[in-house]
Structure formats: C-alpha cells, structure tokens
Design a protein around this ligand. Sequence first.
Ligand code: SF4
Length: 291
Amino acid sequence: MEIIRAKHMGFCFGVAGAIDMCHKVLKDEENNGKKVYILGMLVHNENVVEELRKEGFELVEEEEILSGEDPLNPGDVIIIRAHGTTEEIYNILNKKKVKIYDATCVFVAKIRKTLVEKEKTGYNIVFIGDKNHPEVRGIISFGQKVQVCADLEELKKIEIDKNKKYCLLTQTTLNKKNLEKIKSYLENTHSNVKILDKICGATQVRQEAVEELAKVTDVVIVVGGKNSSNTKKLYDISNNFNSNTYLIQDDKDLDPEWLKGKKRIGITAGASTPEEIVINIENKIRGIFNA
Ligand code: SF4
C-alpha cells in the first residue's frame, strides 16, 4: 500500500491568515477584557471552528445580526470570516459600534472592488457561482443589480442585451473547466461580455493536482468540511476521473471497506482543512494496512 498526497492541498493563505488573525486578536482583546466573536464559520471546517470555540471565541450568525437577536454590545470585537460578508452586515456592525477585524481574503476583497468599479463605469454584472454561498452573497451585496448563474446552462437562460456592456466575474472556487466552457460560449455568441477570471490561484492548483492524483490512484480520499465549496469541487473533479472517491471530514468518517484490495491511496484536502486532520487519516490508513 502506498499513500500518495496531491501536489497541492490543504490550508491556503487566506485561511491561514484568518486563523492567524484570530489568535492575535484573541490575545490582544482578551487582555482588554473584551468578548471576541467570529462571524459564522470563520472557515468552512467544523474542526477548525470547534477548536476556536474551545480557545474562547464565540460564534455569532448573520441571521442573528439581521434579526437584531445577536448578543453584540458596543465595544465587543468581531472577526469577519475569510470569505467575507454582506454590505448590510458591515453597516449594522458599524452602527452597533462593534470593533471589526476583517479577515476577508484579499482575493475575495478584490472581486468585490472590481464589481463596484465596473458597475460605476456602466457595466452590467454577470456573476458565476453558487448564489447561496456566503462568499457570493457577500460579494454581490455590494452591487446594484447582479445576475448570478451557477453554470453555463443557467447563463444561457438569462437575457444579455447586445446593446449593453457586461462584465463577467466568478466565485473564487469555481471549477476552471466550467469557466472555460462559459468563455468559449460567450466568445462565440456575445462580444459585449468582458470576462474576468477570478478563480483564486490556490483553488486552481488544488483542482489541477487532484485531477492528476485521481488518474494514478485506486482510491481518493478528499478531506474537508461538508459545506466547503472548494472541498466539494475537489471531490467532483476527482470523482470524474476516479469513481472510488470519498469525501470525509476526519478519520472517524473513514470506512476501511473503501480501501480493501487497493494499492495506491490518494489523499487531498480542502483549503480550510488543518494538516493534523490529514495526518490522523494517514495514520489510520497505515493502521488498517498494518504498514
Ligand atoms: S480559497 Fe482562495 S479565495 Fe478562498 S480563502 Fe483561500 S486563497 Fe482566499
């Protein structure tokens, strides 16, 4: 039995930066006697969030803030998660005089900025991504009238006026191949759509690496949060090339049956999966094989 890791996997710099920020803020603000909150899931990994809870952070959800049922008081401290939040939430937090530390990843912040700039210069925005994902909800909330499509099929159904100019932006974790299909469709049908590829580099190299891995292994274990968009994409890509692909959150989810008779075991992890979770899984695999 051989365990083969994807060439690129695990924590991206956006997630690592958000967790670093949490630790620094907790140290500084606890000394000042302040409560430190995190907005929703700081990163899409329950293990990471649970660890942060144990360290003393409290979680507050967007829904609580929007309905006015949150526990926040003036002077409390809140950290905005790596994939950002909506303009409305920023406004409410500012009104409440809560101290904001913003861990929004630079890639997400850049898309937000581009969207606002493009609308100001007369572009209509088409956004490719999952409209229910917090990153997408956050980014498009800064726009006036953004059309969101999940994929090429949805894009074909929206109205694109040939007499107007459009700018197409994307979620950071979009599958590169899906974007290529969209690009070739638009280049052949709509010359008035400017396409700005905003898939983040960390996402792209992880997606390419899992494809490579899935082709040369007997089984692929994808490790990450069940609500993590980038982890789900890694799973989908791997599954396209290797039907023995499994998505797990940690070693407890690993079923030894999946590994029976398998020689080359591939492993990859989403951008918010800590290294120690991957190591625990590798150790469990070695234990199963007595290797
Ligand atoms: S996946 Fe990309 S956009 Fe998201 S936090 Fe990581 S580096 Fe930033």
